[in-house]
Write a protein that binds this ligand. Structure first.
Ligand code: G6Q
Length: 550
């Protein structure tokens, strides 16, 4: 494909800019940090420790304009069917629209339905939390078990974990996602059926993992309390009322959402019921309002002051021009330790694509990077070695609240010192001369210095974004999540892909169905010789192990 004007300019910019280091940029411009920091509500976004200068930034902004980003943002908010391969609107933003503005899908204002379900979530979560909605034997429901997978699990799991400090004292939340029986067994071993509410969360209500786990949980409950107890102990979150009824959950106990809410964008919908139960509806609403604030920013801020847009453009600069296809997200907050796994789905399922919107295979540029991460400072003792001294740089997002939810002694100051020092060290690096001087002042002999100085040196010039929020509140968390959603969308627009389908995930839903009967009855279909051998080996090992334990 011929390169566009903006891409050609960026390729030129890359040649000009590549030899320039961030240390040089900071030395040249004492206002760099000020220039490239945006403060929005409770969030400080410092993107100055990235490899760009004003000229590069302007060229990246031209790339966004070339892709009509402003119009494409409007397309999403106004309900245009931008999920083209599934012919769907993409309106997770409508779920947090607290304005009085209508939003139309196929000529119908969807806001009244969204408000109706929110009101139902509010009254139900309040009734469970105050004990007026009871279990079958009259006990308060204090164990909440969300059964779902992928988008029906990761969002509520990450958010409830992040907001642990806001949980009602007497409520415990559990999440069962994996088909591995261990996931079910471990949760069921900890809870009492009389006090447990199971939430079956599945947009399609056809996902084998969720339905199998839900069936096992229902059998466990029925065994303890009888069939009639199901109505008090099971609710469903779904778009598929028919399948919910077939499963045996009264549709009065169903909280609906709609096709215009993608799985990985669904924590703001009924899929967030476990969040409302754990932290209370008001806090759930605060989460939505934080996201709404970020939506407004994304929709109205000029591109050069738009946080998700800048994050996206900087990411594209590394991905497509530096050819760095890795990206780290490191929250320095124990409560946010599941944020990287959540973002892994959001980013990689949305932008891990290789077909363009015009139905052509992508052959000449890269789309979504591989995202990984974990909580600092833990990860400083695991993969940070590669960040500092690996052969390729990894752009990193650092996230930290200024104040901890648990201000104990000096813990949080030490945490803050670590995150700031890491970002600085990644950028500054250490020359072998500096390393040698350090070794010398530590009294090492010249032979040792010679042997160690290269190993103890750091290239530096490794980029990072810094996000500081004042505190990890529901509102701020909503803002952060929406910020990443919009970063992902912006990149999808520029890569010209559909960020809202997931055919790769659908494949996984079909594949195992073919082999499942063969594990029981022997191979009948044609496989490659490796798969056939493995199926036979597994059958042999299982039959030997199961007959021994019988
Ligand atoms: C998310 C994906 C996927 C989905 C799960 C669960 O965007 O579509 O992760 O959420 O496969 O699907 P159900 O909610 O339909 O069970």
């Amino acid at each position: 494909m011929a390169v566009s004007t903006a891409v050609a300019k960026l390729l030129e910019e890359y040649k000009r800019f590549a030899p320039i280091t961030m240390n040089e940029l900071f030395a040249k411009d004492s206002k760099r940090a000020e220039k490239y920091t945006i403060e929005f509500e409770n969030l400080v976004f410092d993107y100055s420790k990235n490899r760009f200068d004003e000229q590069v930034l302007q060229s990246l902004l031209s790339l966004a304009e070339e892709h009509h980003l402003k119009e494409r943002i409007e397309d999403m908010f106004s309900g245009k069917k931008i999920n083209v391969t599934e012919n769907r609107a993409v309106l997770h933003t409508a779920l947090r629209n607290f304005s009085n503005n209508p939003i139309y899908v196929d000529g119908q204002d969807i806001m009244p339905e969204i408000r109706r379900v929110l009101a139902k979530m509010k009254s139900f979560s309040e009734a469970v939390r105050n004990g007026s909605f009871k279990g079958y034997t009259g006990k308060k429901l204090t164990n909440i078990v969300n059964i779902g997978i992928g988008g029906s699990d990761l969002g509520p799991y990450m958010v409830t974990s992040a907001l642990k400090k806001y949980w009602a004292k007497d409520i415990s939340c559990y999440f069962i996602s994996n088909i591995d029986g261990t996931a079910c067994a471990e949760v069921l071993s900890k809870i009492n059926p009389e006090e447990t509410l199971f939430i079956v969360a599945s947009k399609t209500f056809t996902t084998i993992e969720t339905l199998t786990n839900a069936k096992t949980c229902r059998e466990w409950l029925v065994k303890a309390l009888g069939n009639q107890a199901v109505a008090n102990h099971f609710v469903a979150l779904s778009t598929n009322a028919k399948a919910v009824a077939e499963f045996g959950i009264d549709t009065n106990n169903m909280f609906e959402f709609w096709d215009f809410v993608g799985g990985r964008y669904s924590l703001w919908s009924a899929i967030g019921l476990s969040i409302a139960l754990a932290v209370g509806y008001d806090n759930f609403e605060a989460l939505l309002k934080g996201a709404e604030a970020m939506d407004k920013h994304f929709r109205t801020a000029p591109l050069e002051k738009n946080i998700p847009v800048l994050m996206a453009l900087i990411g594209i600069w590394y991905n497509d021009y530096y050819n760095i296809h890795r990206y780290g997200v490191i929250p320095y907050d124990q409560y946010l330790k599941f944020l990287p796994s959540y973002l892994q789905q959001l980013d990689m399922e949305s932008n891990g694509k290789s077909v363009r919107l015009d139905n052509k295979k992508i052959t000449d540029y890269a789309t979504g990077p591989a995202l990984f991460g974990g909580a600092g400072t833990d990860v400083q003792h695991s993969f940070f070695q590669l960040l500092h001294q690996g052969t390729e740089p990894v752009p990193v997002d650092f996230i930290i609240p200024a104040v901890s939810q648990n201000e104990i002694g000096k813990h949080h100051e030490i945490l803050l010192a670590n995150i700031l020092a890491q970002a600085e060290a990644l950028m500054k690096g250490k020359t072998k001369e500096e390393a040698a001087a350090e070794l010398r002042s530590a009294g090492k002999d010249e032979a040792t210095i010679e042997k160690l100085k290269l190993n103890k040196s750091f290239d530096g010039n490794r980029p990072s974004n810094m996000f500081i929020i004042n505190k990890l509140t529901p509102y701020n968390l909503g803002m952060l999540i929406a910020m990443y959603e919009h970063k992902v969308y912006t990149q999808g627009v520029i890569w010209e892909i559909d960020s809202f389908d997931q055919w790769g995930v659908e494949l996984g839903k079909q594949l195992a169905l073919k082999i499942l009967p063969e594990l029981e009855n022997g191979v009948s279909a044609v496989h490659d010789s490796s798969t056939t051998k493995l199926i036979n080996k597994v059958r042999e090992l299982r039959s030997a192990a199961l007959s021994k334990s019988a």
